[in-house]
Design a protein around this ligand. Sequence first.
Ligand SMILES: *Cc1c(COP(=O)(O)O)cnc(C)c1O
Length: 444
Amino acid sequence: MTTDSRGFSTRQLHVASTTAGAEPRALPIYLTAGFRFSDLDESAEHFGTGAGFGYSRTGNPTVDAVERRLASLEGGDQAVLVSSGQAAVVVALLAVAGAGDHIVVATQIYEGTRGLITHNLERMGITSTFVDATDLSAWRSAVRPNTRAFFAETLSNARNDVLDVAGVADVGAAHGVPLIVDSTFTTPYLLRPLEHGAAIVVHSASKFLAGQGAVLGGVVVDDGRFDATRDGHLFPHLTEPDRLGGASYAERYGHRARGQYIRESVAPRLGPTPSPLNAFFIGQGIETLSLRVERQSANALTIARWLAARPEVTRVDYAGLETHPHHDLARRYLPRGSGSVFTFTLAGGREAARHVVESLGVITHMTHLGDVRSLILHPESTSHAGRTEAERAEAGVAPGTLRLSVGIEDVDDLLADLAHAFDTLPVHVATVPERPATAESVIA
Ligand SMILES: *Cc1c(COP(=O)(O)O)cnc(C)c1O
């Protein structure tokens, strides 16, 4: 019989509300809204300096562990985990730009990011200029006195353009403008943009980092190299005293000012807080990142070569192929592999594309990428449907273009799946009548 004289309702809440002391080897999941303060000094200290943990929107031990792991893998100073890749992009941009500011953005970017910039940020008073990511002089001539960020992706969808990270970062640095890089397609295993001069890296952790296609997440990694003496006048929110006249972010945190601003001001106030459960899944995923990405890149190269030799295919846009226009940049920036997301174009146009996506058995027809499973999508009618015909052509998206995200399956099974789909194509859409001499990576 229990000697606890408290009532049933009290006991159902307060008996055994903590675990027995033991140190789990796997990352513990702190699935809790908040944390008990041991005394008044601790709560005051937490609210005053941010030390320790109080409420999961401003900090959580599971989330914190995954952040430290990602900061280490990216070679950054600190990482802030958020609820999606889109949230990571918003948080990164609002850390540097506000109403009246201007950003320069690569034309070749994820459609969600493009909409965010052209619509939502525009409505908030942040204007933008889009430039061809591969044209350094275009970046240079787009800079205005109120430019506060460059934004680009490391590998573009669909043409697989490879970003010259150091080249673009240098153009920005000459004007005090930080380069924000979306490195979702490359992951820190293949490329660490901060080592090449980028200031901030963002990822959709929903893709390769989590890897299993089970959860969404995003991350912002800051380089911790903010220089208030040189660039402080461009970012007054980091250098001006706080509301009560206290020290600015730059005075309190020095080179870490921008990262701390992201952590203390932007992410928790906008509120895209990651669930500790999702953080756990992302942390689990990262434990096998190198193995997955290595296998996925190897599979992708095998499939790209196979596709390039098929008569049904007019072009393969994979930076890992010697014939890709950016193959030299890929060798320089991606020596461990060129990733596993790329497009190929069928001679038979949309009808052929329809037949292939509907005939595959191993490769899944869905929107997503970086999954352990191989996935395929028809960009013209999905991800790029909101673009004009000319924009699609520029992006390398034709009616017969398909995007593959190659998984970790046995590559022979993936080739057999594709071969079956190709071999059953209706004769009138199967092959090009006159095939160009070299079909790989032809820029039409
Ligand atoms: C998926 C993706 C995003 C958006 O990430 P979500 O996690 O879906 O919000 C941003 N950038 C790139 C390159 C992506 O592939």
